[in-house]
Design a protein around this ligand. Sequence first.
Ligand SMILES: Nc1nc2c(c(=O)[nH]1)N[C@H]1C(S)=C(S)[C@@H](COP(=O)(O)O)O[C@H]1N2
Ligand SMILES: [Mo]
Length: 203
Amino acid sequence: MSGPPAGGPEPDAAPRVLPPGQRRASRLKVLHYGPVPRLRADRWRLVVSGATADGRQHELDLDGLRALPRIRVRADLHCVARWTVPDLEWEGPATRTLLEAFPPADDATHVLAWAEFGYSATLRVDDLASPRALLATHLDGAELTPEHGHPVRLVVPHLYAWKGPKWLRGIEYLTRPVRGFWEERGYHAVGDPWREERYSYQE
Ligand SMILES: Nc1nc2c(c(=O)[nH]1)N[C@H]1C(S)=C(S)[C@@H](COP(=O)(O)O)O[C@H]1N2
Ligand SMILES: [Mo]
């Protein structure tokens, strides 16, 4: 068969489009604030709290998490420190599924996604409704390692990676935005890499 059209790019040599101000990094480094938590499987719970539709707090244990339908998403990871790791394959339940199982109240607009040790990130409920956002338990076909967030890490591919807590422990629905760990320290409430929303002074 003939090759690509004359002058066209080789399919796998096509340059990748990165968000503005990002450089390509070849692989994931381990980057987070504080220590790596040890999983206590029998005690682990994902807690859905705050402005829930029924006003109650809900919990999912590891069996409950594993019982949810799963999706696979190929995505680039954009760190606000200006590197992007291309083409990671995440797998786990869609956050949409969590929204359906434990819905927010009608007036809930935002969430704080909480990790072990008090790390948190501000997101909009709509970010979790994205069909590409997930509660990742696997990366590139293997269970997440402790450093990368085992047992579960929030992945929201359309936002900078700080919006995706490793060692996720809670989703708190809010009726107004509340700043999380990095948002309190000068980073953007939304954090869209394609709009280069890095810092709070841009809001
Ligand atoms: N719990 C927790 N999750 C976190 C962070 C953190 O400090 N704590 N850092 C975030 C940032 S800024 C990045 S770039 C990615 C890095 O993921 P990695 O360590 O798997 O490469 O994790 C994100 N998730
Ligand atoms: Mo980051």
